[in-house]
Structure formats: structure tokens, C-alpha cells
Ligand binder design. Sequence first.
Ligand SMILES: Cc1cc2nc3c(=O)[nH]c(=O)nc-3n(C[C@H](O)[C@H](O)[C@H](O)COP(=O)(O)OP(=O)(O)OC[C@H]3O[C@@H](n4cnc5c(N)ncnc54)[C@H](O)[C@@H]3O)c2cc1C
Length: 416
Amino acid sequence: MKSPACSFLWQNWNMEKKKRMHDILILGGGPSGLSTALHLAKIAPHLTSRILILEKEHYPRLKLCAGGLVVDAEIILERLGLDVREVPHVDADDIRFDFAGKGLTVRVPKRHAIRVIRRDEFDHWLAKKTREAGIEIREGVKVNKIIPDESGVAVETDQGEFRAEIVVGADGSNGITRRCIFPNEPVYTARVLEVITPDYSPANDEIDPGKNINRRDAAFFDFFPVPNNIAGYTWDFPTQVNGTPMRCWGIYDTNLLADQKRPALKEPLAEEMKRHGFELDKYEIKGHPIRWYNPRNNASVPRVLLVGDAVGADPIFGEGISIALGYGALAAREIAESHRRGEFSFAGYKRRLARSGLGQALFARWFITQVIYTFKWKWFQILLWRMLKPIVLLAAWIFVLNWSKRIPQRLSPFTA
Ligand SMILES: Cc1cc2nc3c(=O)[nH]c(=O)nc-3n(C[C@H](O)[C@H](O)[C@H](O)COP(=O)(O)OP(=O)(O)OC[C@H]3O[C@@H](n4cnc5c(N)ncnc54)[C@H](O)[C@@H]3O)c2cc1C
């Protein structure tokens, strides 16, 4: 027979173990993790209280990102009943895709072309909405290792061990989940630098006479670094920091031409900023990789699903916020249906992902990436960005944008 002290310890140990056993553990509280939770709460409300999100930082936390939201991000948020206008933002009326300062302009009738948020504010807001939906988020918990087995998944953190029936790896481009479940898989990552500067002063406010564009109100992408083996572009977005208008500059390189001779990544960025009156060296430069989508990237093992950058962002631009929100919608459906069946192999997740509107858009973007960055010659880039406007816009409209409307909103009738 157990002594009273022993049985007290035993009961406490059991309670502690029970407290740490969860049905669904989401690792990472960025857009993909929060979207997975919000979609689960929407399509399978009975699972809401069984979800726990572990986030290593405390909101509002810094996240290096230019914060450009495309229309698909807004559509997904609207469908969740969320109004992103509650987050401080700047709207750009025009987007310019240039080669060395000249190119094509995109303007969307009756709406902004791109909305720019700051990620500390956006993610904090989304986390608040997730909590309001009844989902628990524990901040300041860093996941160190995950070990799936037949009966569940052990999650080792700096705050002790958790156990879950299902784990969602939403921990971003450098995440630990993918490294634990696919330790030997090839990784396709872009290198990215970002700089925040003051806004254009009225004195150096530039207006493109032909297009009637005020630089302050527009977002710019310039592909001039491609012929020099930087398979990407520089960007210049309007933004705001604590309500003050600023500019966000950066450079993105998919690394597709990494085997060729390339200048240091900051050189083309410095050149572009100088063209517009800014000295790169006066500002703080920050860098972070983006893992991009390749059809070969795997997305699950039994009991563990990956979402967001952990699977892969858009390879053309490194655009990943809308994509992360979209992965969340698909993963939630996958989890809810697995729960109904009581079977957690997630064997068809990658296939269903590939067939979804998101998967098709990602495949198209991956294919376009192979063309526009490996056909790196200056004449091809000039032709593409300056002369083929109708073709480029049509391809973007059909293959790249508007995929969010093709994401199912409900569980399939066979499992409902
Ligand atoms: C410089 C730069 C500019 C960008 N600009 C744009 C843009 O303009 N528009 C756009 O759409 N996309 C942009 N992106 C891409 C975009 O930021 C990502 O695609 C997007 O954040 C992916 O969301 P996610 O939820 O998958 O990952 P993340 O946003 O990275 O979130 C992962 C979360 O997991 C947490 N986490 C990580 N490790 C652990 C751990 N071990 N334990 C617990 N928690 C952990 C992190 O703290 C974080 O909160 C940019 C990226 C970079 C680097």
C-alpha cells in the first residue's frame, strides 16, 4: 500500500501529466499557427478547448517582414469574420514591377493594390482574436524537440515536456518541427535583407510623369539584380511605425543562381536606395531566410502536420502571409476530418494540399520562378517587365492570385 505522501505525489504527478496532454498542439503563433486554430474553431468548434498554441516569444513580438498583404490574405481573414482594418496599416494604390526603374503598373479598380501592416501589430491582433475565439496560447515557451510515436507526440520545451495527439508545426522558416521530422531533406531558402527608413520628404517625392505615380503612395519591386545572378528583386514599400509614415526597403534572393558569381546581397539594395536619395549604411540592416515552396517539400508524417513557411512560402516574391493563412485553413480541415475518423496518419495531406487552390497557385509560382529567374538575361527581363504587361497580368490573375476563393469552407459531407 502507498503511504499518504507517496499517493499525494503520485496524484500530483498524474494531474501534471494530464494537464500537459493535449489533443492538438500548435507550435508557433504566427499567421499559419493562428489561422490553423481559428479555422479549427470555425469548422469544428467542439475541438476549440482542446487546442493549445505554444509561442516562444511574447506578443507584440518582432518579426522581420515587409508586411505586404495581398487580396487573398484579406479574403481569408474576412471569411473568418475578421476586419484587418483594425490593425494600423498603409494602403498602396499602385504596385510597380520594374526593371531598372521602368516597368508595368498594377492598379486594382476601386481598392488598394496592396495593404501594408507591421507584423508585431498584425500578429498581436490575430493572437488576440484567437484568444477571443476560446483558444489557449502560452507565450514564452520554446520548443526544443518533437518525437512522434505510435500513440502521440512528445514535445520537449524549455518549460518541460508536453504530449499531444496531433502536432502542427507552424514555427516558420527556421522551425524545429520540420528539422525533427525531416532531418535530411533538401532545404530551399531565399536570403532576405530589410531596412526601415523615413518616408520620402516632399522635396524628393518623385512623380512618374507618364504614369502619374507618386512614389509615396506606391509599392515597388525592381528586378534589376537578376542579370547579376541575384535571382530576386529589391522592394520599396510605404509603411508606418507607431503611426509615423516610413519606407520599408529590402532585397530578396531565391538563391537559384547561387552557383554563379554574385555581388554581396546588400550592394544592389544600396544602389536602389541611392537612386532614390537614401544611404543604406545610415540604417540598420536585418536579415532572415525564407523557406520557399518546392513541389518536393514534404508536409507531414503520422501525427505531425506542417503549415506556413515550415512547408514553404511563395518562391517568386517570398510572399508568405496570405499563404500561411491559407495553409491554416487546409490543415484545420485535415485535422478535423482525421479526428472524426480517429486516424492521424495525414497520409493524403500533401496530395490534397497540392490539389487545392493554394497548392495550384504555389505550383504555378514555383514554375514561374524557374523561368523568370533562370532566364536571367537583361533583354529577357526588359521584355518581361516593360513590354509583356497584358501577358504578365493575365498569368498573375489566373495562376497567382485569387486562389483563396477555391479553399473549401466546410468539412466534406462524407465525414460531417
Ligand atoms: C524580410 C522579410 C520580408 C517579408 N515580407 C513579406 C511581405 O511583404 N508579405 C508577405 O506576405 N510575406 C512576407 N514575408 C514572408 C512572411 O513573413 C512569412 O511567410 C510568414 O511570416 C510565414 O508565417 P508562419 O506563421 O509560417 O511563420 P512565422 O511568421 O515565422 O511564425 C512562426 C512563429 O513560430 C514561433 N516559433 C519559432 N520557433 C519556435 C519554437 N522553437 N518554439 C515555439 N515557437 C517558435 C516564432 O516566434 C513565430 O511567432 C517576408 C519575410 C521576410 C523574412
